[in-house]
Design a protein around this ligand. Structure first.
Ligand SMILES: *[C@@H]1O[C@H](CO)[C@@H](O)[C@H](O)[C@H]1NC(C)=O
Ligand SMILES: *[C@@H]1O[C@H](CO)[C@@H](O)[C@H](O)[C@H]1NC(C)=O
Length: 327
């Protein structure tokens, strides 16, 4: 079961500030939709040499543009020039999240197993014969058993995951994609190879990127009888928004940039989801050193105010974390 293999990797993607996909710089620029337009901004920014990564035009939530600067310009000077354009609310460096490396993998179905070994990505793969571990204890810790007993199983709720692609062909995730399936919708902003390209299909079976499959598995999980665990919201529908590619070495993965996070959140909102889950976190020690202006946080606030719950990871360090008191 690939899914259970993934259950061994409950690690949030970690923010690496300053890391860019390319040399040079990249910014998200937020515009005040009441006083300017994207066209007016483009006109005013004529003297600046930039390439457009994405534009954002979700009225009442986020309006702006993300750009690359790759001509060797002084980035602080470029930032000041953008900031001086009328209607610009703020200019922020694009930051990047990376997924941690896979630590172990021990369970796979025969088909998964042969696919994985062929790709040579794992040094050893063995089928776990039997488990006496009660994987349901985490649900009881969260009181999920009580919610289920009271009849709350997520029926009618749409949950979005901003993460890697998702292996929705897994039987516990419904085995398919689209209306009527467990994974009912989603979008992809990046290819397996890490190239920015859009697709309405967030499918991925790259073993390096089953993070979303793992996270998604926590919610719907409808495993065959006799399996020791059920999901948090077995009757919910899932929507997968892919912002990480597959390729890369170690934990390094293309994608995960903050403008993709923003685009994915806006797309999920557009799709009418009720919850947005983002397993993205800060490494220890970084909380105090973040910039005060964060366009993704401004958008998150608006999305939350519109009645969509946003769930974000606390980190990978559990009780060792400096934030443990807040857990
Ligand atoms: C957003 O798109 C609408 C429709 O195309 C356009 O009228 C509006 O000016 C755009 N907003 C901005 C800030 O560019
Ligand atoms: C703009 O930047 C590109 C590299 O991104 C460079 O090739 C081009 O020469 C620059 N144009 C000007 C007018 O500086």
């Amino acid at each position: 079961m690939l899914l259970l293999q993934s259950l061994l990797l409950p690690l949030a993607a970690v923010l690496v500030v300053g890391a860019q996909e390319k040399a040079g710089g990249a910014f998200i620029i937020e515009l005040d939709e009441k006083t300017t337009t994207l066209d007016a901004f483009t006109e005013s920014a004529r003297g600046i040499n930039y390439t457009v990564r994405r534009t954002f035009n979700t009225s009442g939530v986020f309006t702006g543009i993300s750009v690359d600067i790759s001509d060797g310009s002084d980035l602080e000077a470029v930032k000041s020039s953008f900031s001086a354009i009328p209607g610009v609310i703020g200019v922020a460096d694009i930051v990047q999240y990376e997924l941690p490396p896979i630590k172990s993998s021990s369970i796979a179905s025969p088909e998964d197993l042969s696919a994985l070994t062929k790709r040579g990505e794992f040094s050893s793969i063995a089928r776990r014969e039997e488990t006496t571990e009660d994987l349901g204890f985490t649900l009881r810790m969260g009181g999920v058993d009580k919610a289920h007993a009271a009849g709350f199983k997520g029926k009618g709720v749409k949950i979005a995951f901003v993460d890697t692609g998702i292996y929705y062909k897994h039987p516990a995730l419904g085995g398919g994609f689209g209306p009527g399936y467990k994974v009912a919708g989603g979008y992809s902003f990046i290819t397996d190879a890490g190239v920015l390209a859009e697709s309405s299909d967030p499918y991925s079976d790259c073993s390096q990127s089953d993070h979303a499959t793992h996270v998604a598995g926590m919610d719907p999980l409808e495993l065959p009888d006799g399996f020791p665990v059920t999901g948090v919201a077995p009757e919910a529908s899932l929507y997968a928004y892919r912002i990480f590619g597959c390729s890369g070495t170690g934990g390094e993965r293309p994608g995960g940039s903050s403008d993709l996070v923003l685009a994915a959140m806006l797309k999920a909102m557009d799709d009418g989801v009720d919850v947005i889950s983002m397993s993205l976190s800060l490494p220890e020690g970084m909380v105090g050193s973040l910039p005060t202006y964060d366009p993704v946080a401004s958008a998150a606030q608006q999305i939350k105010d519109a009645g969509i719950a946003i769930v974000v990871a606390m980190g990978n360090d559990a009780s060792q974390s400096q934030n443990a008191d807040n857990l």
